[in-house]
Write a protein of this length. Sequence first.
Length: 462
Amino acid sequence: MTARPRMPNLLRSLSARLLALTVIFVMLSEVLIFAPSAGRFRLGYLEQRTAEGYLAVLALMATPNNMVSKELERELLTSAGAYIVAFTRPDGVKLMLEAEMPPKVDASYDLRQRGFFMLIGDAFDTLLQRENRILRIIGPSPMHPQAIVEIVIDEAPMRRELIDYSGRVLALSIVISLITATFVYVSLQWLMVRPMRRLTESMMAFREDPEDASRMLPASSRTDEIGVAQHELADMQAKLRASLQQKTRLAALGQAVTKINHDLRNILTTAQLVGDRLAGSENPEVKRLAPTLVAAIDRAIDLCSKTLTFAREGPPDVKRQRFALRALIDEVAAALPAQVNGTRVLFNETPAEMQIDADRDQLFRVFANLAQNAAQAGATRIDVTAHAANGRIVIEVADNGPGLPPRAREKLFQPFSGSARPGGTGLGLAIARDLMHAHGGNIRLSRSTGAGTVFELDLPAA
């Protein structure tokens, strides 16, 4: 027996994969949220610095000549954290606080012209800097939007605060992702993983012993896809279990019938010998009844022989070869014993160039069974035609016999029940169907009327 596969461990389970994917997707979402928030944080930082610069310039506006001492100017610049603070009023008057030796400006940013994506780019540009830069910032006055405030500042303090802000966002993202992943994990474990494990274990248990009714999958009240799958699996297992139990009983019955048939055939053989001796009797009454007795015994022996052959035969072993279909049908016609007024019965109208890839002996058996059935039913003409369509070879076997009775059509391909003539076993068409299925083809009754019967066979094209 095949060893039962083990369920995956925790690290390789579906739950672990779902947990990892949830953390990854949440972190990715946080990155998408962090980018604009970092740009907004940088903009807020610079707006606050320009506001502090504006407050420093107000000291100049409070003096009569818009001038202060050098000591006060240094204090104002230190409180604003800037090297230069300039304020341009709407009337064009410009006020300025400036250090004695201002450094060279490395980059300038106008806050009035920074869009959404530019702010994000500026934030990442600041994070990626290795050394301090001197920045010139231009922005509107917080009190007078028409007035302009310009400041020159170091970038390093802003970078430190932006890094600190990014760390807080990262920590918060990790906490949120873990909490979200836990909730998602528990939900999926309850809604999907555990039911899927039950389904998988049920399938493995069913494979080990399909006829054990104690391993029946319990019914589920769920109406979602998992519930439908569990319901369908339970229904399929119940039907397969019933079918297997029936086949087991039929197999046991078949073995018993085979043994009975074997013994019965031996008994009938003895009766046949006695019948042959009676046929040679000079008694007129015996001569009249002996042929009927012998014919009945022959039919019984034939039934036993066919039943034993059908029971012994396993699945068809197809030995494919490429050959002409027309030549095969000609052989069937030559082997057909039925003749009408000394003329042939089977007419071969298949294309001479048509080639098929199949087991020649098995197909000979199929067409021979069809032709013999038609001739025994009273047909005087059997026509065989063939054509290719959609990658298949379609073959029609048509006769002009009296047609099949409705009772025979209902169980046409069932062994021992589909015969249309008295004393028939119905094995010929059942065997023909099995042989066609083994070739990847099929046989079906196309039509049957008082004017004749047509069987249609199809095979994969060579």
